[in-house]
Design a protein around this ligand. Structure first.
Ligand code: ZN
Ligand code: ZN
Length: 86
């Protein structure tokens, strides 16, 4: 019996769920679309918070946020938490 192929365009990996391969299924769950898997995230190195283009400290794994903004956001979150606790 032949394996089903991933339904995503130009992808011929084996299907694991919902007619998609593992990679595209994960992508689909996270982004609601499997097709974005073919678009490389680092096409635009731009922080979505401060708009800095190609920051040296850009963290691709943190969904388009530069290190500076990440630090600021973490501090803001900590402040919110401590205020709630007080
Ligand atoms: Zn696929
Ligand atoms: Zn930033």
């Amino acid at each position: 019996m032949e394996h089903d192929r991933c339904s995503v365009h130009e992808c011929d990996s084996d299907v694991i769920a919902r007619g998609m391969c593992w990679k595209h299924y994960q992508r689909h769950r996270r982004h609601g679309s499997a097709e974005t898997a073919h678009r490389r995230f680092d096409e635009t190195h731009e922080c979505r918070y401060c708009g800095t283009k190609d920051p040296e400290d850009f963290y691709a794994s943190y969904k388009g946020i530069c290190k500076t903004c990440r630090k600021v956001r973490r501090i803001q979150r900590l402040q919110r938490v401590s205020r709630k606790a007080a």
